[in-house]
Design a protein around this ligand. Structure first.
Ligand SMILES: Cc1ncc(COP(=O)(O)O)c(C=O)c1O
Length: 359
């Protein structure tokens, strides 16, 4: 039979999450806690006209996000998770004959969206798997006042901060150095900003080439509802709106976002617990002989035990699903785990100690 697929995307593998029924999920960097008390009841009692199309402008939600981030509603675009936003950004500013720079190891959807949109990818690997290679990133992106755009033409740079899967938080000054010295559009994916406590949303009007991505999937515990947003100057947001599907975020998720932001302080309490727990896990994992752990500012940890595949198997057999990332550039074979509740983390550490003593 004829192969109907575009040749340049035939290499892509369909994304399949590996779910083990009954296991504690520590593989997707989600918030392990239930929603703050009262939030679900409030959301479920909202009057939503399900027979009508959603508000395509998501006005109420953008107003709420605007108050939460101290930016104007016209500086916000919402999407069906950041995954959709990455695609919208590349459809709008990438495409054939355009190049996206990324810093592997980083979030896999950037390269996938680049392939789908026909955007070339330029990889500037992290140094030792944890620091931005600033000189290289700058030399491969045309300087602001350079006419030499043909030779070193990078159109978009995505910096993931804190970075998935390493958990590293890159210094704001380094990202700003890129933003200030390049002609490219710089997108900072701040999916884990609530955990790192650092954001660049306040700088969007200072830099016309800066876009920030955020999500409700992590700190706000709404991964199931697929809700993310981009913050940037209104001209960039207008461009993204040319490409965005008219009704990309359903009414229920819009209402959930509005409701969640009313509970921001209750979420902050969860975030503080998760931050403490993640550092506790870092300290405890570090004590296990033969296990290397990377410092993190997110709600997850990257670690390299002696035999990662075996560790992943043994952890799974004991009821804990972690993410086996295989071999990562600069780091080798690695596992990633997200913090659970304090009880889950204690049980996890017990399993880790048992496994370490067995091997
Ligand atoms: C860095 C980063 N960006 C974006 C996403 C996707 O978020 P969303 O659930 O909003 O699509 C993830 C999810 O793991 C992520 O780690």
């Amino acid at each position: 039979m004829r192969n109907f697929i575009r040749e340049d995307i035939a290499f892509l593998k369909p994304y399949e999450a590996h779910v083990v029924e009954g296991n504690i999920k520590m593989d997707a960097n989600e918030n392990p806690f239930p929603w703050p008390s009262g939030m679900q009841e409030e959301l479920f009692s909202a009057n939503i006209a399900f027979n009508r199309y959603p508000d395509g402008q998501a006005q109420e939600l953008r107003d709420a996000i605007s108050a939460y981030n101290g930016v104007r509603p016209e500086e916000i675009l919402v999407g069906n998770g950041s995954d959709e936003l990455i695609q919208i950004i590349l459809h709008t500013f990438g495409g054939r004959n355009r190049t996206l720079m990324i810093h592997p190891p980083t979030f896999s959807m950037y390269a996938a969206a680049a392939a789908i949109t026909g955007t070339s990818v330029l990889e500037v690997p992290l140094l030792n798997g944890i620091s931005l290679d600033l000189p290289k990133m700058l030399s491969f992106s045309a300087a602001k006042d350079s006419l030499d755009v043909k030779v070193k033409n990078t159109d978009i740079i995505i910096v993931c901060n804190p970075n998935n899967p390493t958990g590293s938080l890159f210094p704001k000054t380094e990202i700003l150095q890129i933003v200030q010295n390049t002609q490219a559009l710089v997108v900072v994916d701040e999916a884990y900003a609530e955990f790192s406590g650092e954001t660049m949303v306040d700088l969007i009007n200072q830099y016309p080439n800066l876009l920030i991505m955020r999500t409700f999937s992590k700190a706000f515990g709404m991964a199931a509802l697929r809700l993310g947003y981009v913050v940037g100057n209104s001209a960039l947001i207008t461009d993204l709106n040319r490409v965005r599907q008219p009704f990309n975020v359903n009414s229920f998720s819009q209402q959930a976002g509005v409701t969640a932001l009313k509970y921001a302080s209750a979420y902050q309490e969860q975030v503080e617990i998760i931050k403490k727990e993640t550092q506790m896990l870092y300290n405890e994992l570090n004590k296990i002989p033969g296990v290397n752990v990377l410092p993190t500012r997110a709600n997850f940890l990257l670690f390299q035990p002696d035999a990662p595949d075996l560790w992943a198997e043994k952890l799974s057999a004991r009821g804990f699903t972690v993410r086996n990332l295989g071999s990562l550039p600069g780091l080798g074979k690695s596992l990633r785990m997200s913090s659970g509740t304090p009880e889950e983390n204690q049980a996890f550490l017990k399993a880790v100690k048992d496994i370490a003593s067995e091997l």
